[in-house]
Write a new protein. Structure first.
Length: 332
């Protein structure tokens, strides 16, 4: 009981000192317009993506995230339109966050070999707090644990706010890179003290290449032969700095990948996880599964790692009327 009491106090202190961070996906290219709004319409034809992530299931459904997105290029607008709906449950549903986002991206062909896309995103957040799942220090009996009613003032348990993001991507037939800023205005997400909990601005940098091995080629957007695709992702939010680097190997219809995720603080570099991916992409359909092996101090035996599933549909559309270059990047 003493151990449980100490643990409970520790978790309460952590909850007071921590700041919210965005949900993340190991298969970040399987949810491209969540990664960077400039990806909206980047493959021209309509695209539907469904993503599921269960992070650290060994800790009682700590973080479960669902996402559905749709995007396509619209010639009349000289760019793409996108829509994202996402739900994130933290602490076994203690905090439930739903977001609804609309995106517009503008496409500019610089020359025959290089193009730029720039995107803007508007999001509405809806947060719900399950007060009955929270515990406080005045509820604790030294012998029997959490038995008393709390004297804490119950706040409004629902709130909503608007948010804005932007991004840009530059790409050729083999290399690509982008930069995105989410939560530009850092909206307040506090339930109790107004103005006390701004949603930290998030910065994302991603670069990569799609390199054919001997005899490989791309014909009408389809890859024939074997390709390798090295990629790097860096994200910074508040004082948290995270980076992913790894390699995809693509031999249609099979895609495999291995990744390393780490993070940096003010004075240290730490490992977070290794990520293994297997995927199948056939014609208009793709399916991917990845597993994160926790190598941080949390330990994989405690967290049970993280599971992620992605489903995608790439619809056919009418032949293009104008010259259009799709981004040749991985779909997982």
């Amino acid at each position: 009981m003493i151990k449980r009491l100490i643990l409970g106090l520790f978790l309460c202190m952590e909850a007071v000192c921590s700041y919210g961070q965005d949900p993340q996906f190991s298969q970040f290219y399987a949810n491209p317009i969540y990664l960077n709004p400039a990806f909206a319409g980047s493959v021209r034809c309509p695209r539907l993506a469904l993503n599921y992530r269960n992070q650290w299931p060994g800790l009682n459904k700590t973080f479960i995230t669902l996402s559905a997105s749709y995007d396509q290029h619209v010639e009349a607008l000289s760019g793409g339109l996108g829509l994202i709906i996402m739900n994130d449950k933290a602490g076994n549903g203690t905090l439930n966050t739903s977001t609804f986002s609309g995106i517009y991206s503008y496409n500019l062909n610089i020359n025959r070999n290089f193009s730029i896309r720039a995107g803007l995103q508007a999001t509405y957040f809806q947060e719900k707090l399950d007060w009955d799942k929270l515990t406080f220090g005045d509820m604790i009996d030294p012998r029997y644990g959490y038995v008393f009613p709390t004297q804490e003032v119950r706040p409004a348990e629902k709130r909503g706010f608007a948010d804005f993001s932007a991004g840009i991507i530059g790409y050729s037939s083999k290399v690509y890179g982008g930069f995105a800023v989410h939560h530009i205005t850092e909206p307040d997400q506090a339930f109790i003290v107004e103005g006390s909990s701004p949603l930290p601005r998030k910065y994302t940098v991603h670069v990569g290449a799609l390199l054919p091995l001997r005899g490989a080629s791309t014909y009408k957007g389809r890859m024939e032969g074997t390709f390798i695709s090295p990629n790097f992702l860096y994200q910074q939010q508040q004082g948290f700095n995270q980076f992913n680097f790894g390699l995809y190997v693509i031999k249609s219809p099979i895609v495999g990948g291995i990744w390393y995720r780490g993070y940096t603080g003010k004075k240290f570099l730490s490992s977070d996880s290794f990520i293994a991916l297997i995927g199948i992409q056939k014609d208009l359909f793709k399916f991917g599964y990845s597993y994160d092996v926790t190598v941080s101090k949390l330990n994989n035996n405690v967290t049970a790692g993280s599971h992620e599933i992605s489903l995608g549909l790439q619809f056919e559309c009418r032949p293009k009327k104008k010259r259009f270059k799709a981004i040749s990047c991985p779909t997982f």
